[in-house]
Design a binder for this molecule. Structure first.
Ligand code: TYM
Length: 322
């Protein structure tokens, strides 16, 4: 199965990234799968060069620490494969201004300040190119990327219609639970790298004490009944989803076993700590050997280029270039 997905190196990975995306990637990896540190995307918001340089390496290490295996699938940096930026331009000349203006992720981020970068606006086109370059069938992502995937499909179909059959039309694959992990302090808002309150996000590399504190302080409600209900009990339901996702069960199955919030939180905290501990250890080991990471990334980029090159050439020729 041809799979592609990507993640931005814009900060530490949180439980949403892990449960919504990375864990699905690990489960679905195969010789035909491509997982990408989309470092070009991280330039759409202000970021110090030194910070980006550090974070992209850390994200690559987190991929491996979580179980992505470079012997099985292709793991690489977006900026190492120039076809991403090249196809982006071709697709910008297929996308319309109006459809990009409807992207909710853009509207949310643009609301935060005047003078946002043009790249923030055109970013979904770069993302569409990422996916289309690999003749992708499935894109495992969290719920917040659905709209971007729809745009990607629209662009692929429009291109094929206008210039002849060129791209495979991909589909999003969203996990059954934890597709939208919410902020622990404000459970009506999704857990996010950039917007969360200090206690709102659990990061993969958080030490056990921090995880325990964040779970214990997570906002719930006063009704005292353990049952899933997104409308009236978003905080508790979020905890049930996180629990079910780590455990590989359903929210109902978890809820049935508990009558007290305190017991649920205590067990959840233990489950999260024990699930993340091995990742945190491997992460530290991997970061201690940066040359090894660089070597793996170079091999990944070479393998990715072999697939992306011919697809890019085909698209360019279809438009009358080359
Ligand atoms: P990014 O880097 O914001 O997030 C990476 C992945 O994590 C998922 N995710 C969540 N899932 C559940 N709950 C949450 N609170 C949560 N927050 C984030 C995202 O859905 C995503 O799957 N545009 C993408 C990066 C990208 C990409 C691509 C993805 C660029 N090119 C090509 C797939 C294919 C993004 O900003 O994800």
């Amino acid at each position: 199965m041809r799979i592609f997905s990507g993640m931005q190196p814009s900060g530490d990975l949180h439980l949403g990234n892990y449960l919504g995306a990375l864990r699905q990637w690990v489960a679905s990896q195969n010789p035909d799968a491509f997982y990408c540190v989309v470092d070009l995307h991280a330039l759409t918001l202000p970021i110090e060069p030194a910070t980006l340089a550090r974070q992209r390496t850390e994200l690559f290490a987190t991929f491996l620490a979580s179980g992505l295996d470079p012997e099985v699938s292709t793991i690489f940096f977006q900026s190492d494969v120039a076809y991403h930026a090249q196809l982006n331009w071709l697709l910008e000349c297929v996308a319309s201004f109006g459809e990009l203006g409807r992207m909710t992720a853009f509207k949310e981020k643009a609301e935060r300040g005047e003078g946002y970068r043009v790249g923030l606006f055109t970013y979904p086109v770069l993302m569409a190119g990422d996916i289309l370059l690999y003749e992708t069938e499935e894109v495992p992502v969290g719920d917040d990327q659905r709209q971007h995937l729809e745009l990607c499909r629209d662009l692929a179909q429009r291109f094929n219609h206008r210039y002849g059959e060129t791209f495979r039309v991909p589909r999003a694959v969203v996990p059954p639970v934890a597709a939208r992990v919410m902020d622990l302090q404000e459970p009506t808002r999704k857990m996010s790298k950039s917007l969360s309150s200090p206690l709102g996000s659990i990061f993969i590399v958080d030490p056990p004490e921090a995880i325990a504190r964040k779970v214990a302080r997570a906002v719930t409600d006063t009704d005292g009944e353990v049952r899933p209900d997104w409308e009236h009990k978003p905080g508790l339901t979020n905890l049930l989803e996180i629990f079910a996702s780590f455990e590989g069960s359903s929210v109902e199955a978890v809820a049935e076993r508990y009558t007290r919030y305190g017991d649920l939180k205590r067990d959840l905290s233990e489950l999260v700590v024990s699930s993340l501990a091995p990742i945190r250890e491997r992460y530290a080991e991997l970061l201690a050997a940066p040359e090894h990471l660089a070597d793996l990334a170079a091999r990944g980029a070479a393998a990715a280029s072999e697939v992306a090159g011919p697809v890019y050439e085909r698209a360019a020729r279809a438009m009358g270039l080359g």
